[in-house]
Design a protein around this ligand. Sequence first.
Ligand code: IPE
Ligand code: IPE
Ligand code: MG
Length: 239
Amino acid sequence: MELDGIDSRRIPRHVGCVMDGNGRWAAKRGLARTEGHAAGEEALMDAVYGALDLGISWLTVYAFSTENWKRPQDEVRFLMGFNEGIMVRRREELSAEGVRIRFAGRRDWRVPRRIVRQMDATTSLTQANRRLTLTFAFNYGGRAEIVDAVRSLMKSGIRPEKVSERSIAQHLYFPDMPDPDLVVRTSGEYRISNFLLWELAYAELVFTEVLWPDFRRQHLFEAVREYQARDRRYGGVES
Ligand code: IPE
Ligand code: IPE
Ligand code: MG
């Protein structure tokens, strides 16, 4: 069985996914890059169901970075509409599965108002759910999040000697979100690309060659098996 080899007592609490490789997936098929993004929806849904199967309680997916605005205008426009489409198409179904949906990132003037309204509607529709918290990192940058946390901390009037790792963490976008235990990046790129910089200090990183549109729950299970084979030392010595 697919779940074979996974120890149900050591399921990562929080998994992050850098959903990469949509453009290359499309190029291999002679399609437009946007077709690759569209094909990523099924991968995302399968990953979410896989997370539910395993009993993962936090899943954070990188949907649009603060650097992705550099892309051609048409692609940016497509990605905005596509992300809106996913939440509108999928929120009822996900809510029925007990999924709470949230959005981490900056709500600056570049994000269309209509999308901001849909994000708020999606969040409030699903806010009572607790089986899985699915966070879309959208117009998200790890450095931007730290900048925003510092601003918020300074506005609180904190004295410099009171600044601590704990107080900084309390001013991140979601102070209740546990740090990721495992981050999976697809498409054979070995980098973080500004994803959850503060939070992934001790995350286990798993990289796979699979392009995001081909990603399915089995790939998530594989990543969890790899995670379970790791020895997390947090700077200490082997137990
Ligand atoms: C990931 O796929 C999706 C986003 C970054 C929004 P890419 O669009 O980066 O695909 P590649 O890396 O060009 O193949
Ligand atoms: C990271 O992928 C961002 C998302 C998956 C949303 P990119 O494709 O933007 O990252 P780089 O440019 O390869 O580092
Ligand atoms: Mg990419």
